[in-house]
Design a protein around this ligand. Structure first.
Ligand code: PTJ
Length: 274
């Protein structure tokens, strides 16, 4: 299907086409398309832009990644399909950041496909293709990790995660930074530092902040982050967006009632068809 750049929803349609193609190639699972739909709905409600609250979380995330002993980003099929270039930019901006494949619907061939997408985007070393450790008390394949990566990490950045693993990582004493457009998800509520933003915008912003931060003389540190306030901010942004749209709609309705528009192509009085 050809997409016209003049279509008002071109950007969103392009993302869908990218994911659908990645699904046909086996990189993205069908469940990944459902996840994207859920994410899109929240993004729509958030105004499809980075809210000030998400911006603050992205700045703090850059600081935490730079302060970490061993930061790791976990990459699944959706993230590889949508944001491989942003993952590569982040790996360049944060020295010592390891990039690890981690899949909920794991097969060897999907793990290799994710790694290939990351290499093609410029990530030099990709861990997790052949897992060497298992996170205890986690019944899904997400438990399979790399001893040199997530297993050893003190800070894990987990875009499009599931709540179970976020909990399991925290139980191991790791700091968890999530990226999830749903402020109500268990992942967002479990993470120490939830970023409620679209994954490409979020990773690009964290990379930008990390680049800028590296030139400062002040050593990076684990600045305190108010997780609950961040989630309340996101919910408030959704509420404001809905109220604003509702107000615009009722103003338009009042205007229409005051001066009703004539149907197109009917100058003067309209004739009723018998
Ligand atoms: O590749 P796999 O096998 O590891 O599977 C990946 C998926 C995404 C299918 C798997 O992790 C999954 O089922 O995730 P969930 O439980 O559906 O959660 C995904 C979360 O990410 C949801 O809360 C969505 O709102 C959110 N989300 C979806 N798309 C985006 C997003 N958040 C940010 N940016 C997006 N583009």
């Amino acid at each position: 299907m050809r997409l016209s750049p003049r279509h008002p929803r071109f950007a969103s349609l392009k993302v869908r086409a990218t994911l659908a193609e990645a699904h046909r190639q086996g990189l993205v699972v069908p469940e990944g398309l459902i996840a994207q739909g859920r994410g899109e709905a929240f993004d729509y409600l958030l105004g499809e832009r980075t809210t000030p609250g998400a911006g603050r979380a992205e700045r703090a995330a850059a600081e935490w990644l730079l302060a970490a002993r061993h930061p790791v980003i976990s990459v699944n099929g959706n993230v590889a399909a949508l944001a491989a270039a942003e993952v590569a930019a982040l790996a360049r901006a944060v020295p010592g950041l390891d990039v690890e494949v981690n899949l909920f619907h794991r097969t060897g061939s999907r793990a290799r496909q994710v790694a290939a997408a990351l290499h093609a985007a410029g990530v030099r070393r990709v861990l997790g293709v052949r897992p060497t450790a298992t996170i205890p008390r986690l019944p899904s394949d997400r438990a399979k990790v790399d001893r040199r990566g997530i297993w050893d990490a003190d800070v894990c950045l987990v875009p499009l995660e599931d709540g179970d693993r976020a909990e399991a990582l925290r139980a191991l004493g790791k700091r968890v930074i999530s990226v999830d457009l749903n402020p109500l998800s268990r992942t967002s509520r479990t993470a120490d530092l939830p970023i409620v933003d679209e994954v490409r915008r979020a990773l690009a912003a964290v990379a930008r902040h990390a680049e800028n931060r590296r030139t400062s003389a002040r050593p990076p540190r684990f600045t305190p982050f108010d997780q609950r306030a961040a989630l309340s901010d996101a919910l408030a942004a959704i509420g404001r967006g809905i109220r604003r749209t509702a107000a615009q709609r009722s103003t338009a309705r009042r205007r229409d009632r005051a001066s009703p528009r004539r149907p197109r192509g009917t100058p003067g009085r309209t004739r009723r068809t018998p």
